[in-house]
Design a protein around this ligand. Structure first.
Ligand code: SF4
Length: 480
C-alpha cells in the first residue's frame, strides 16, 4: 500500500478524536534544527466544516485488538486497515512540514498487539522526529491506556502535550462499551503525567533560581488533556461537569474535550444510527467548562443536582444568573471583579477594563460602550449609578425571552460567519454535506490557493484537503 493510501485511511480514522488543539507551548527555531512551536498554537487552517487541521492528525495504525463499541476502528468492524512504520510517518511529517502544510503532529493509534508495543512504535516515531530530524514543531501524542509507566515517561519527553482519553464519563459505561479498558488504565497514566509535569517544572524553576541553565528535556511542557464522548451513554451534564471539575483539580489538566457522539456502529448498546449528533449540548458543555476554568464557577453552581441538564436555549452563565436573580442587578461601580465576571455578556477582558476605568470616576453606560462592553446581554443584569440602561429592566422572565431569541437567531454552537457547523472533519473526503458555512468554505479555498501558489499549481490541481493532487510526497516518493 502506498503512502497516500495509508494516509487517507489513517487520517480519516483519526478524525473522531477532537482533543487536538494546541496551546501553551513556545519554542523558538534553532540553527540546524527544523521548525518551531508558538504559544498561540499551531492551528492555522480549517476544513470546510470548520475544524482546524494544520496539525497532521493521524493514527500510526487503525488495526486494533480492542472492540470498543463506539469506535469505527474496533476489531469487529470490517474497515480498510493500514499501518505506518515509524520511519514512514516521521518522513511524512517532515515532508509536510517543509511544504508548509502543517505545523505539528497529532499522533494517536489503535492498539496493535498490546499497549506497550504500540507505545514503543509511537515513541520510535517521535524519537526519529526529534533526534534524527531535529524537529522542534509541536507534537501532541496520545498515551495508550494500559501502557507501562516507563513508556509513558519516555513519550512525555518527546511530546509537547500528552493525553489519555477518558472516553466515557463513568466506570459502568466504560465496562459496558469498552470492556477491555479499566478505569485504572486511564487514571494511572494521568497521575503519572501530572507528576512528571510537576517534577519537570520544579527542576526548571530550581535551575532558574540558581542561575543554572537546565538542559534536561522537559516532560510534556504543554500539559495533558483528555476527551469524553457525550451522548453515547446516559450520564447527565451534571455528572459530566462534576467529573470535569474533579479532573481539573486532581490532575491539573489543561483541557477536557467533549466529543458529541457520532453514531458510526450499529450496536444494541448504543443509541441508534439515526440519532442526532448532540452538537448544541457539546457546545454548552464547552461554555460551562470555560466558566469552570476562567470564571471561578464550581460545577455545583452551574448545575444543581435537581437540574441535571444544561439549558440548550440559554448559555450556562446566563442560566446561572437567571436562577440567581436575587444577586442582580449589579451596580458596576461597586461590584467586585469576581462579581462582574458572573454577569452574562461580561468576559475577563471587559471586567478588567471596567475595574481599571472606575478608579478614575464613576462610570456611565456611555463609558461602558466606550470600553467596548456590549449591553445586549449585560444590560439585563447591571445598573450604572443606580439605574438600568435605556430599553432594559430587571425582569428575569423578559431577560430570558430576549436571551433565547438571541440563541434562536444566531444558533447555539454555530457561528454563522465562520466556525462550527455540523458534521465531522474530513481531511481527504469531500466536505461534509452538512457543511454549509460559506465563510468556512471561503477560508478553506484560500488555503488551497495559497498552497497552489507555493507549489506553482493551478487551483484545479488541488484536492479538497488542500494538498496538491500531484505532490510526489503523496505518490509514495517520500523525501525529507
Ligand atoms: S482502543 Fe481505541 S482504537 Fe481501539 S477500539 Fe478502542 S477506542 Fe478504538
Amino acid at each position: 500500500m502506498d503512502t497516500l493510501a495509508k494516509l487517507e485511511i489513517l487520517a480519516d480514522a483519526a478524525k473522531y478524536d477532537v482533543a487536538c488543539t494546541s496551546s501553551g507551548m513556545d519554542r523558538r527555531a534553532q540553527k540546524g534544527k527544523l521548525g518551531s512551536a508558538t504559544g498561540a498554537g499551531c492551528c492555522h487552517s480549517f476544513t470546510a466544516d470548520g475544524r482546524c487541521i494544520s496539525l497532521l492528525k493521524v493514527l500510526l495504525t487503525n488495526y486494533c485488538v480492542c472492540d470498543c463499541a463506539y469506535c469505527v476502528n474496533r476489531r469487529s468492524n470490517d474497515v480498510p486497515r493500514a499501518a505506518f512504520t515509524p520511519r514512514e510517518l516521521a518522513d511524512l511529517t517532515i515532508g509536510f512540514y517543509r511544504r508548509n502544510y502543517i505545523e505539528g503532529l497529532f499522533l494517536s493509534s489503535g492498539v496493535v498487539r498490546d499497549a506497550d508495543y504500540t507505545m514503543e512504535l509511537m515513541i520510535e516515531t517521535l524519537r526519529i522526529l526529534r533526534e534524527e530530524e531535529g524537529f522542534r514543531g509541536y507534537i501532541h501524542a496520545k498515551s495508550i491506556p494500559g501502557a507501562s509507566s516507563g513508556l509513558v515517561e519516555l513519550l512525555g519527553l518527546y511530546a509537547d502535550r500528552l493525553s489519555v482519553n477518558i472516553e466515557l464519563p463513568s466506570q459502568s459505561s466504560l465496562s459496558l462499551l469498552a470492556p477491555e479498558k479499566g478505569k485504572s488504565d486511564i487514571i494511572k497514566p494521568m497521575a503519572l503525567i501530572r507528576d512528571g509535569i510537576q517534577a519537570s517544572a520544579d527542576e526548571v524553576r530550581l535551575a532558574r533560581r540558581n542561575y543554572l541553565g537546565s538542559r534536561a528535556k522537559r516532560f510534556a511542557p504543554a500539559g495533558q488533556s483528555t476527551q469524553m464522548i457525550i451522548g453515547a451513554t446516559p450520564e447527565t451534564d451534571h455528572h459530566i461537569l462534576q467529573l470535569t471539575g474533579a479532573l481539573y483539580k486532581s490532575f491539573g489538566l489543561k483541557r477536557v474535550f467533549y466529543s458529541a457522539y457520532l453514531p458510526v456502529n450499529d450496536d444494541a448498546r448504543l443509541p441508534s444510527l439515526d440519532t442526532d449528533v448532540p452538537l448544541t449540548r457539546e457546545h454548552r458543555l464547552y461554555q460551562a467548562d470555560w466558566l469552570l476554568r476562567f470564571y471561578g464557577f464550581e460545577a455545583d453552581e452551574l448545575l444543581p443536582v435537581e437540574q441535571p441538564s444544561l439549558d440548550l436555549l440559554v448559555d450556562p452563565k446566563a442560566a446561572w444568573a437567571l436562577r440567581n436573580a436575587d444577586r442582580f442587578p449589579l451596580e458596576v461601580n461597586k461590584a467586585s471583579y469576581e462579581e462582574l465576571l458572573r454577569v452574562p455578556g461580561l468576559g475577563v477582558t471587559c471586567a478588567k477594563r471596567l475595574v481599571k476605568a472606575r478608579v478614575r470616576h464613576r462610570l456611565t453606560f456611555d463609558d461602558l460602550r466606550t470600553l467596548g462592553i456590549s449591553l445586549k446581554r449585560a444590560g439585563w443584569f447591571v445598573t450604572c449609578n443606580g439605574r438600568m440602561a435605556d430599553g432594559f429592566c430587571f425582569d428575569p422572565i423578559k431577560a430570558r425571552v430576549h436571551l433565547e431569541d438571541a440563541t434562536r437567531t444566531t444558533g447555539a454552537g454555530r457561528k454563522l460567519k465562520r466556525g462550527m457547523v455540523e458534521g465531522q472533519m474530513s481531511l481527504f473526503g469531500a466536505p461534509s454535506p452538512r457543511a454549509t458555512d460559506p465563510m468556512a468554505r471561503r477560508g478553506h479555498r484560500d488555503v488551497l490557493l495559497v498552497a497552489a501558489r507555493g507549489q506553482r499549481l493551478k487551483a484545479t490541481e488541488i484536492t479538497p484537503s488542500g494538498l496538491p493532487a500531484a505532490d510526489p510526497l503523496l505518490q509514495g516518493e517520500v523525501s525529507a
